[in-house]
Design a protein around this ligand. Structure first.
Ligand SMILES: [Zn+2]
Length: 218
């Protein structure tokens, strides 16, 4: 991952950034040290129009059915002038208790999109279980797809573009992981439950797996 403060590459397991000393405690000092209860789609900035919410929620549900181990969350809010959206996203993914995400999906398997319409900033962070499958250039590409929509105030359209490109990227990685699972398992290392995610994203590609996931949701 990259350090949320100095943006240098650091090891996810590092207690603090070896370059600038950044820790979660620094982010807590800015944004609070309590866990935050919220829903997967939280529009605190009030930028979604009437009727947008079901469309965005449907796209979020669709991608988490296709890749049953992950989930996508969206947060919009005004962070104020001093706030850094990269640090905020990192902090929120660590502190959020998503009420409508099944407990078997930890935040480590989450992908969080944050939008601050006031400072015209957006960010995208993901939990470490996605490290083998996503990198910063992927999230940059996803956000690029939304850029023109967000500049024009069409926030829901932009979010849909992000999710749709994320779907393309994850499908591609799932195909690569099926062809060369060892490569992805090496990338996952010997962390908490790397095999589960590798299996999940690979399995999530297939139609059968999608149906199975729907059963679980019922
Ligand atoms: Zn740093």
């Amino acid at each position: 991952m990259k350090c949320p403060r100095c943006v240098q590459r650091i090891h996810r397991a590092a207690a603090s950034c070896p370059h600038c000393g950044f820790t979660l405690a620094d982010a807590d000092a800015n944004f609070g040290s309590e866990d935050v209860r919220l829903r997967c789609l939280t529009d605190s900035a009030g930028i979604l129009r009437r009727g947008d919410r079901p469309t965005v929620e449907a796209a979020m549900e669709k991608i988490s059915r296709r890749f049953p181990q992950i989930f996508v969350a969206v947060y919009t809010g005004s962070l104020g002038e001093v706030a850094n959206i990269r640090q905020f996203g990192f902090w929120l993914l660590n502190r959020a208790a998503f009420e409508d995400v099944p407990v078997e999906k930890p935040n480590e398997a989450g992908i969080l999109i944050t939008i601050d319409p006031e400072s015209k900033a957006a960010g995208m962070v993901f939990g470490y279980l996605l490290d083998p499958f996503l990198d910063e250039s992927d999230t940059f590409d996803c956000l690029t797809r939304a850029h023109s929509h967000w500049l024009e105030g069409r926030y829901a359209d932009g979010i849909l573009r992000v999710i749709s490109h994320l779907d393309v990227v994850l499908r591609k990685r799932s195909r690569q992981a099926r062809r060369d699972p060892e490569h992805f398992e090496r990338k996952a290392g010997l962390r908490a439950r790397p095999g589960d995610v590798v299996r999940g994203i690979r399995a999530g590609h297939g139609h059968a797996a999608e149906e199975k996931a729907e059963e679980v949701h019922r």
